[in-house]
Write a protein that binds this ligand. Structure first.
Ligand code: AMP
Ligand code: MG
Length: 334
């Protein structure tokens, strides 16, 4: 992973074009919708036919992952698991077993800040309708949020929920996994300079032919980006309280989509966390985790993890960097 850091104002100039059809190498870009978010892919390829095939493969992979693991699709493998694993062990695919195993490992690493069983309560949020779980729902189900209730048998590839009120949701890790899978697809096709993003999760392959890939970190309280990260061969994920949220008109409270497993309510103290890591599954899971942990416990954890860096924007809008980034940002070698 190579990271340098520039602290400056950044105006995103989005170029949405391409597929000009010429027969020599050039940049190609496609922006589309998948996994409930904007997906974009940008890469250097030899010709338009090759580029079209690569972007089609990327979109197909994103949609395949969504079909398997979306909690909003009643027939997804995840929805079937949620309906039945509270009663009996359920057979799961290798891929779902892998995602659950990774999620449980991150739960252990973060002292339970990351917990896919947050959905036992989190499923009662409807951000568009400005609905949160009632006090009654919270009281009845808060104890179901506990990753230790998820019994994964890796040998027999089954999952059982030890509390029937458990529901799981992979929204904090699936997009990072998806950008990793898409990066694999591009690499297999011989593409050496690329960026693939799904919402706040991006993975870059190589550099942008002699220059770093520039990724903006949004100002959480206004449009546009306020920081740029120049990156090569790495993954970056941002978790923010501005992505899915509503404001309670009476109390002024912001109810957003990152849930503290301890309270069953939206985590407080942070507006956004950006993680840079070697792969998307790590950056995605850790950005959600560190949002829950908050600045001080989050930095303490990340400074112990090799190859992982973090930038917090706290509830007052102040920036906090992990040690390596702090050194890179202020030593003048950016
Ligand atoms: P991200 O934007 O990567 O932080 O993902 C946010 C998504 O993670 C939410 O929409 C939920 O699906 C899921 N999520 C929320 N809280 C947690 C939590 N404490 N642990 C794991 N996943 C969570
Ligand atoms: Mg995440």
């Amino acid at each position: 992973m190579s990271v340098s850091f520039i602290c400056t104002r950044f105006l995103a100039a989005a170029a949405l074009v391409c597929f000009t059809g010429s027969a020599h190498a050039e940049w190609f870009e496609r922006i589309d919708q998948a996994m409930g978010t904007e997906v974009s892919v940008q890469f250097w390829a030899d010709d338009a036919a090759e580029a079209n095939a690569a972007t089609d493969a990327i979109m197909a992979e994103m949609r395949r992952i969504d079909t398997q693991f979306s909690p909003y699709k009643p027939d997804s493998q995840l929805s079937v698991l949620n309906r039945t694993a509270g009663q009996t062990p359920v057979a799961v695919s290798d891929e779902l077993a892998f995602l659950i195993a990774r999620s449980l490992a991150v739960s252990k690493l973060t002292g339970g800040a990351f917990d896919i069983s947050f959905s036992s309560v989190g499923q009662f949020y409807d951000y568009r309708k400005k609905q949160k779980p009632s006090d009654k729902q919270l009281a009845a189900r808060r104890s179901a949020i506990n990753y230790r209730h998820i019994a994964l048998d890796r040998e027999n590839k089954t999952v059982e929920f030890l509390d029937p009120a458990v529901a799981i949701d992979l929204g904090g890790i699936a997009k990072g996994y998806a950008v990793d899978r898409c990066a694999e697809i591009l690499l297999q096709r011989g593409i050496a300079h690329a960026r693939v993003s799904a919402g706040g999760d991006s993975r870059v392959i190589g550099d942008r032919r002699g220059r770093p890939w520039m990724t903006g970190i949004r100002n959480p309280r206004s449009e546009g980006s306020s920081l740029i990260l120049p990156l090569e061969s790495s993954a970056v994920s941002t978790s923010g309280d501005y992505e899915r949220f509503f404001i309670d008109q009476q109390t002024g409270e912001r109810h957003h989509h990152i849930i503290s497993p301890k309270t069953g309510r939206s985590a407080t103290g942070v507006q956004s966390v950006t993680i840079i890591a070697e792969d998307g599954i790590t950056s995605d899971a850790l950005s959600t985790s560190l949002f829950v942990l908050g600045v001080s416990r989050g930095l303490e954890l990340v400074n112990r993890l090799p190859g992982v860096d973090a930038i917090f924007i706290d509830s007052s809008g102040l920036l906090h960097y992990s040690d390596d980034l702090q050194k890179a940002a202020f030593s003048g070698d950016s």
